[in-house]
Design a protein around this ligand. Structure first.
Ligand code: NAD
Ligand code: ZN
Ligand code: ZN
Length: 340
């Protein structure tokens, strides 16, 4: 089987021929049909974060495909079933986080495409308990971006506790942001979308944003304040100044939800404003299996649109460059059935 492998940080990925992996107890092998390119995969390939993966590794945590082999003890999935393999590859199931509905905070977790090989491959392994069944009427190409971009932004809006009378700022309308705009609309909020390219701002409008702010030319904080300030700001742009800009546009009592993970990311937070305005800063990491099931259910009910462009896996390095240049409308999804 073919896989795209990170051999060294910052080097182009290499397409390798590898033997099919054998599922261990509790695992399944999946024939991957579609695999989304999340910006996190680029951070992984560059070794951007303090906790690093260990090359060689196969990135990808938006893999969707059909179960083709069952490891010992797997009884609830069947051969031919379509499943999605998210970032949360497995969690312990026993710690206080797992037991209190916060498996995404489990300290024993293994992350797909980071702590074990991921979805940039024709075949992959997954822990059966964390492989999410995909409803019948979802295509693998829609399911892939929902598996990280969808669940992460859906969870970020839950964490912000968004209500229908509120103004939500979505900073960065990329893979994650194009879904965040839609979940905020579903929650009933008024949505301000912020980006730095005309295409993304236009896409945000198409997807229901009530106002758009061009961070190249407009003062994001001042624009949000003109509308009373944001109750919640979802920070998805891979850029620290974007975090600071949107934080300055919160209304009193507002919440900044940090989701993007720029390399060496730190921001300056004015203590005086934070105290006097009673604002909060919250980190939000992906979502649980239950959150992902809800995301799939919303899409199956026709309530979200996934904007994607399919490409062969062989284009992986050009695809990464295109994402970094901001040229991709929302999400690239590798078509593992395509030649390449
Ligand atoms: P993306 O590249 O598709 O989207 C980023 C968007 O930000 C682009 O539309 C870009 O034009 C826009 N942008 C750039 N500079 C901006 C600025 N100054 N102001 C406003 N917008 C700006 O990336 P993505 O796949 O959506 O991922 C975004 C980030 O979220 C990455 O850092 C990724 O690692 C992280 N992420 C976090 C989680 C989590 O659980 N916390 C999950 C998935 C991804
Ligand atoms: Zn991701
Ligand atoms: Zn745990």
């Amino acid at each position: 089987m073919k896989a795209a492998v990170v051999r060294a940080f910052g080097e182009p990925l290499v397409i390798e021929e590898r033997p099919d992996p054998e599922p261990g107890p509790g695992q399944v092998r999946i024939r991957v049909e579609a695999s989304g390119l999340c910006h996190t995969d680029i951070h992984a390939a560059h070794g951007d974060w303090p906790v690093k993966p260990d090359p060689p590794f196969v990135p990808g945590h938006e893999g969707v495909g059909l179960v083709e082999a069952l490891g010992d003890g797997v009884t609830h999935l069947h051969i031919g079933q379509r499943v999605a393999v998210p970032w949360l590859g497995r969690a312990c199931g026993r710690c206080e986080h797992c037991l209190s509905g916060w498996e995404t905070l489990c300290e024993q977790q293994i992350n797909t495409g980071y702590g074990c090989d991921g979805g940039y491959a024709e075949k992959m392994l997954a822990w059966a308990d964390f492989a999410q069944p995909v409803p019948e009427n979802l295509t693998p190409f829609d399911a892939a971006p929902l598996t990280c971009a969808g669940v992460t932004t859906y969870k970020a809006l839950k964490v912000a506790d968004v209500r229908p009378t509120q103004l939500v700022a979505v900073s960065g309308v990329g893979g994650l942001g194009h879904l965040a705009v839609q979940y905020a609309k579903i929650a009933g909020a008024t949505v301000a979308a912020i980006d730095v390219t005309d295409d993304k701002l236009e896409l945000a409008r198409e997807l229901g944003a009530d106002l758009v702010i061009d961070a190249r030319e407009q003062d994001v904080g001042a624009e949000l304040k003109k509308h009373g300030g944001a109750h919640a700001a979802i920070a998805l742009a891979v850029n620290r100044t974007a975090f600071e800009a949107v934080n300055s546009g919160l209304r009193r009592g507002g919440k900044l939800v940090m989701v993007a993970l720029p390399a060496h990311g730190t921001i300056q937070v004015p203590i005086f404003d934070t105290v006097l305005n009673g604002t909060a800063i919250i980190g939000s990491i992906v979502g649980t299996r239950q959150d992902l099931a809800e995301v799939f259910r919303l899409h199956a009910a026709g309530r979200t649109r996934v904007i994607h462009e399919t490409r062969p896996l062989a284009s992986v390095n050009e695809s990464i460059d295109a994402v970094l240049r901001g040229e991709i409308k929302a999400r690239i999804v590798f078509d593992l059935g395509a030649d390449g």
